[in-house]
Design a binder for this molecule. Sequence first.
Ligand SMILES: [Zn+2]
Length: 335
Amino acid sequence: MDKENFLSVVNKMKLKNKKFFPFPIYLSIIKKYKKFCEINKVVKLIFDKIHVCDFSIETKYKFSKKEKKTIGKKIFKTNSKKHPGYLYFEKENGVFLSGKILNFNKNAIKHINFSKPIEIKKRIKRLKKIVGFHTRNIPHKGHEWIHSLGVKKCKNILIQPIVGHFKFGEYSEQAVINANKYLVRRQNLLNKKQKLSHKFFFSFINIFPKYGGPREALFHALIRKNYGCTHFLVGRDHAGYKNFYNKYASQKLCIKYEKKLQIKIIKYKSPKICMYCKKITNKKCICKNSKNKNSLLDINGTKIRKLINRKKKLPEYLIDNKIFENLKVKNILNK
Ligand SMILES: [Zn+2]
């Protein structure tokens, strides 16, 4: 984005051409490389030593420290350095560039883990309804409950793990990909067996999570609309970070902008597990032992992650053990 588009998106959630756009997408260059960035110059963009594309510089711009504070607050709703997305933005100390991508190296796609959107788009175009699911997890039964909620409404679901830029201590990219791929295969076999017309689709997106909370949730929804999804699942604190956002702020904002997004939002309260019958639900459990809401326990993703990493066998009611067996990765967590 050039400066005008950047500011227009931040202030009005619109591009210069009046189209709705919720989150600024920009290219910033660190100080060290600033001197190479002249207007009309073509530079090479490299990722992990691979030439990704050439970039023809059209405009360059800067923001003062004060401007950055104001802009950062509008995007992230905070000026706290404890917020990783805000901190990253504040630290950008070089110059912002806008321009054109030239000579995109298709061989880089495999390396940087892009799956080709065009192929999956073609496959889902024929469907009447399909819901998108955004994840960076090894799916446990709580996630599977969310999938089934989407499938109930839409019959079809696109499971899309995000790849790239994972943090230390989180699931490794390959573990997330393998687990979700396995789940999609398993589910499609099962649907076939039960003669259901439900279909699970899999693709991943390379995206840089900024923990932008509600505004980033809008961006995620917009991406799924562009993939051809008719619905998008937005759970509690989608794209949030710690306690920076109200737990349901992302859902609320997505619903408010449903029309502009041109995709229907499926919101839900987090699923829990009944301590008696081990059923997953987000309402009161209907089993005879469950007398009140207190019989529902949170499904603790962090705890599950720790146990999986220690290769502890978890009960089937928490995670499909085959998912775990089929990980086939050396490192379950990023090291
Ligand atoms: Zn129960």
